[in-house]
Structures are given as structure tokens and as C-alpha cells.
Write a protein that binds this ligand. Structure first.
Ligand code: GLY
Ligand code: MN
Ligand code: MN
Length: 442
């Protein structure tokens, strides 16, 4: 699909965005919306800014992700207006106003001085402001981020438009390229740092453009769920490699994990078994299904994998009920994905934000909603050998259900996670990640 075709989808997306905003404004008693793109904070005692991360509400309206201090003004019945920040600045390169065909769908005004921007909404009535509090005037405090309005917008956001789905396919295409380059570097014996660099190079994205920090974990590091270091030398022996890394396209994220073994053997077999289980779970991303059920189903299939590998003496439901699976699989099966890697609205039962409870004993599940067409989720089962969780299980009744000699053999490999991005449709799920890997391999 060409960029112009994508821009045509963008126009439809914008109409959905406007319709959702119209409904949310009417329901909460506001007349108009002003969204601030955000601005990076400055480092303490310094004149350097932290990396800029755009307000997700702003990029939901316009694909401008790299120019802080822009504003979006919307009042029902009018076209959205983008106040595009372009200061007089000879220290930095002021951003150039976008020229792509999507800009025809909005009114784009170049703004050199944000202090005068208020004139654009002075006559729009009761205006809600969305964005980081510090980006607005003190006098606006009462209308910044009204909770009822935000809740409605967050709830709606889970259902992606056709445009958003295409952006997420492309974010997966980029991620698949990065994963291929990272795997090649691992096979050459590169260190974690170099793998990370090869990943960025293949995606043609700088580190701060990643939707989250790359997780590049060798051996025992793979047991740290959000491992954040990048060792500058490769360990010897090199046994295993877990990489959790995505990419973004027009502000939409992919979130992909693969795990590789350095050599055939028990750990490689465990990866294959979890991969097969993960694929069966991807098949459960169906409209009308409760995602909490997918999570519990994941515990049963992970329980079976653990049992077949000889790690546990209980399988499936029994392993779940005895709390044995959570020793090895402590996080949720996945989450909403989109403008943010852990997209908002995951535990909302309705437009008012009533919470849908997590299953008892599963505090880290980030998504408890019913699935419906357009909802994109991750499916990311894991099996890890985490010292603190193993020690806790060893100290209680679960000790008898685990074969500790098998644990000791696998502990040096750290762990496994396999993560795909899956779109719910009216029929079979669309696995955005597997399809991107197939395209990359073709
Ligand atoms: N990359 C973070 C996660 O998988 O949730
Ligand atoms: Mn994830
Ligand atoms: Mn991930």
C-alpha cells in the first residue's frame, strides 16, 4: 500500500476520531478540545532536554511524533486545527511543516509563539485541555485532563481503525527486520550491546524512537523480565538469547519477543514447545472472548509444557490451581497495544471506566476486557527461572510439585518469552507479527 493510500485511510481514521470526540465532549459537558503534543523536561542543573515522547492523545489525531509544543484544537463541526510549532531558533533546526497528503484533512497553521495560541480557542466555549499539566497555564488547571472525558477516549481507543491496523502491520514489518538482524548478530557471537545496535540499524530508527527500551538478554539475564543493561562483551559460554524489541510507524508500536538457543538440547526443545503453545493461544484471540480466559488458558498450556519438560509433576489446571505455573510464568499473557506499548484502558469494563477485576492471584494481568473486532493485543507466554520466585516456591508446599534437578539444568539459560501482536477480527485472528516475519523471510 502506498503512502497516499495510507493517507486515504487516515482521513477515515480522523473521522472516527472526530466522532468519538464529539460523543465524549457531549457526554462530559465540554464544547471543544485542545491537545498539547507535550515538551521534553530539562535535566536538573543542565540545559539538555530528556528525549521527547509525544502525548499519545496528540499522535492519535495527527502523525506528528517528533515536534514538541504543537497543539491540536478541535471543536465539533469544524476541521481539526494543528498549530505546528516552528520557533525562530538558530541553535536547533526548526521542524518543517509536513507536506504529505494527510495534511489536506486538517487545517495546519504554523505557530512561532505558543503564548499567543489561546486566541485559537478563546471563543470555543468550555474547552478541555489534554496533555502534561506543566504544558498548560496555571489558570487552566480546572479543565486539564478531565477524568470522565479521558476515560471515554481511552476506552474507545482499544478498537483500532483500518488506518491504525495498517500502521501496526508496518511497525511489525520494521520489527521483523530488526529481529532478523539481531539474530544474525547473536549467531556471530556479538555482545548484547552490538545486537541492540544492529537491531536499530535494521529498523532505521534511533534508540529514542523505539516504543520501549530494547530488552537484549543473554543467558541468566533472560530471567529478568525487563532486563535493561547492554553488556559490552559476550559471555562464555553463550547459551541463550531473549530479545524483546519493537518499532514504531507513525506513532504506532509493535512489541515482539523471540528467544533463541545457542545449540540444540533441552532448552531449544523447551523453546519449540512454548512456541507451539503460543501459537495455540494466538488462535484464542476471538471476538466475544474474555481476555481473562485467554490468560487462564495460557496458564494451563504453560502448565502442560512445564510438565512435558519434566520441570513439574502437575500439568494444566492442577498446576494452575496449585500456583505452580506462576513460579515460572509470573506476568500476564499480554496487553492492549497501539499508540503506547501498554496501551491505556486495559481493565475498563465500559465507557465510565468501571474496573473489570483481574482473576484472583493474577495481579499483573494488564488486560481484562472482552475482545471485539479491531482490538489488538499481545500474546506473550513465558517460562523463566527467576531466583526469587524459585526460592519462594522451594520454601512452601509447591516444592513437592517441582523437579528441582531439571530446574538446575535449565536455570543457566534464564528464560523464554515468545510474543506476537494479534488483531481481533470478525473471524480468525490476524497475527501481525508472524505475517511480518513471513514477509521478511520471503
Ligand atoms: N515489551 C514489554 C512487554 O512485552 O510488555
Ligand atoms: Mn508486551
Ligand atoms: Mn514485549
Amino acid at each position: 500500500m502506498s503512502e497516499d493510500s495510507l493517507d486515504r485511510l487516515y482521513v477515515q481514521h480522523l473521522q472516527t476520531q472526530m466522532r468519538r470526540a464529539d460523543q465524549a465532549l457531549a457526554a462530559t459537558g465540554f464544547d471543544a478540545l485542545v491537545i498539547h503534543a507535550g515538551c521534553p523536561p530539562t535535566q536538573f542543573l543542565d540545559d539538555q532536554d530528556y528525549p521527547y515522547k509525544v502525548n499519545p492523545h496528540f499522535k492519535a489525531w495527527v502523525p506528528v511524533t517528533d515536534n514538541p509544543r504543537c497543539l491540536l484544537v478541535y471543536s465539533p463541526g469544524a476541521r481539526p486545527r494543528v498549530l505546528f510549532y516552528q520557533p525562530n531558533d538558530f541553535w536547533h533546526k526548526p521542524a518543517s511543516p509536513p507536506q504529505a497528503s494527510w495534511t489536506a484533512a486538517v487545517d495546519l497553521t504554523v505557530m512561532a509563539d505558543p503564548s499567543k495560541a489561546g486566541a485559537h480557542w478563546a471563543n470555543l466555549g468550555r474547552v478541555a485541555m489534554i496533555g502534561p499539566r506543566e504544558c498548560f497555564e496555571e489558570s487552566e488547571a480546572e479543565r486539564i485532563n478531565p477524568p470522565d472525558l479521558l476515560t471515554r477516549l481511552h476506552y474507545d481507543r482499544a478498537v483500532k481503525t483500518t488506518y491504525e491496523l495498517e500502521c501496526m502491520r508496518r511497525a511489525n514489518t520494521l520489527g521483523a527486520r530488526g529481529h532478523a538482524a539481531a539474530l544474525a548478530a547473536f549467531r556471530r557471537g556479538a555482545c548484547e550491546y552490538e545486537v541492540h545496535m544492529r537491531y536499530l540499524e535494521a529498523c532505521v530508527q534511533r534508540e529514542e524512537e523505539m516504543p520501549y527500551n530494547n530488552i537484549v538478554a543473554y543467558n541468566e539475564h533472560a530471567a529478568v523480565l525487563h532486563y535493561q543493561n547492554l553488556e559490552r562483551s559476550a559471555p562464555a559460554p553463550l547459551r541463550s538469547f531473549l530479545i524483546d524489541a519493537g518499532a514504531q510507524y507513525r506513532g504506532y508500536a509493535s512489541d515482539i519477543t523471540r528467544t533463541h538457543a545457542a545449540a540444540p538440547g533441552m532448552f531449544a526443545d523447551l523453546i519449540d514447545a512454548l512456541d507451539e503453545a503460543q501459537l495455540s493461544l494466538c488462535g484464542e484471540i476471538l471476538a466475544g472472548r474474555d481476555y481473562r480466559e485467554v490468560h487462564l488458558s495460557a496458564h494451563r498450556v504453560v502448565g502442560d509444557v512445564l510438565h512435558a519438560a519434566g520441570l513439574t509433576k502437575l500439568a494444566g489446571q492442577a498446576a494452575l490451581e496449585m500456583g505452580v505455573t506462576t513460579v515460572f510464568f509470573p506476568h500476564g499473557i499480554g496487553h492492549l497495544l497501539g499508540l503506547q506499548v501498554h496501551d491505556v484502558g486495559g481493565v475498563m469494563g465500559d465507557l465510565h471506566g468501571h474496573e473489570r477485576k483481574r482473576p484472583e492471584g493474577h495481579p499483573y494481568l494488564r488486560l481484562t476486557r472482552m475482545l471485539e473486532p479491531g482490538v489488538v493485543v499481545t500474546v506473550e507466554p513465558g517460562i523463566y527461572f527467576i531466583d526469587s520466585l524459585l526460592a519462594a516456591a522451594h520454601a512452601d508446599a509447591r516444592r513437592a510439585h517441582i523437579d528441582w534437578s531439571v530446574v538446575e539444568r535449565l536455570r543457566p539459560f534464564g528464560g523464554i518469552r515468545i510474543e506476537d501482536n494479534v488483531a481481533t477480527t470478525a473471524s480468525q485472528p490476524e497475527n501481525l507479527t508472524r505475517e511480518a516475519f513471513s514477509r521478511a523471510a520471503a
